[in-house]
Design a protein around this ligand. Structure first.
Ligand SMILES: NC(=O)c1ccc[n+]([C@@H]2O[C@H](COP(=O)([O-])OP(=O)(O)OC[C@H]3O[C@@H](n4cnc5c(N)ncnc54)[C@H](OP(=O)(O)O)[C@@H]3O)[C@@H](O)[C@H]2O)c1
Length: 236
């Protein structure tokens, strides 16, 4: 895909599966797409599904922890909607957490926000329009045993998103943070009962609502939760 848009262009990180894949499929009806994740094969498969909805799709197999590679790949791209979705979770007691597990969460959930947003926000500010949407979590307001690092990173997201919103809204750029409760994805370890959880498409609907709001309206924070937590849908 040449990056000269006829439709608005949405770039989604973590688009190879889960919530990011669902966001790509949801936005494909009205946007061209740039899909980012490490797994190029999965990205190609998501791209084919999005193209079936009429989107032009570019895939970038990229580790967003690598600041230099991220800036090199993204700088200069015309992107109207950035969805910072890539994230990792290692839920375990602090005293059992390795430095690698700690750093991986901070690098993907926090530091990648810097690399990706620094590369794409200047173009939005220059054009006087654009939207940065970040997938936070209810873990950005709550705490739980086993969540020292993950909830810390998601609390960071809340502060980052609101401060950035205040900095760029006068330039015509919106910033939204979507805060899901539990969603049935591979974020949870294999064997987790996910039957009661939200589906990734539910979060994609919330993202679409935020990024397609009228130009004078900003949906800054949107929380989406399962209505009947812990109750398997099959028991209805
Ligand atoms: N599931 C939930 O209950 C839930 C609730 C609230 C918020 N969230 C948030 O929603 C977002 C998406 O999570 P999910 O549930 O969809 O998880 P998931 O199914 O595990 O997907 C995570 C995505 O992030 C990508 N990713 C991970 N590390 C990456 C890296 N270093 N570079 C580039 N991409 C990377 C993965 O792609 P590759 O492996 O191909 O790189 C994958 O596409 C996260 O920010 C998460 O914190 C999830």
């Amino acid at each position: 895909m040449t990056n000269s848009p006829t439709r608005p262009v949405a770039l989604i990180t973590g688009a190879s599966r889960g919530i990011g894949r669902a966001i790509a499929l949801r936005l494909a009806a009205a946007h061209d797409l740039v899909l980012v994740a490490r797994d190029g094969e999965h990205l190609a498969s998501v791209a084919r599904d999005c193209e079936a909805s009429g989107a032009r799709v570019q895939t970038l197999a990229l580790d967003v922890r690598d600041g230099q590679a991220t800036v090199a790949a993204l700088t200069g791209l015309h992107v109207d909607v950035l969805v910072n979705n890539a994230g990792v979770a290692v839920m375990k007691p602090f005293l059992e957490m390795t430095a690698e597990e700690w750093n991986r969460q901070v690098d993907v959930n926090v530091n990648a926000l810097y690399h990706v947003t620094q590369a794409l926000l200047p173009g939005m500010v220059q054009r006087g329009r654009g939207h940065v949407c970040i997938i936070g979590s209810t873990a950005g307001r709550n705490t739980f045993v086993g969540g020292t690092c993950y909830t810390g990173t998601k609390h960071f997201v809340m502060g980052f998103a609101e401060s950035l919103m205040l900095e760029v809204r006068d330039a015509g750029v919106g910033v939204s943070v979507i805060t899901p409760g539990s969603v049935a994805t591979e974020l949870f370890p294999e064997g987790t009962n996910t039957t009661w959880m939200l589906e990734p498409a539910n979060i994609a609907d919330a993202v679409a609502f935020a990024v397609t709001a009228p130009p004078h309206m900003l949906v800054h924070r949107l929380e989406v939760r399962p209505l009947s937590p812990k109750r398997p849908r099959s028991s209805f």
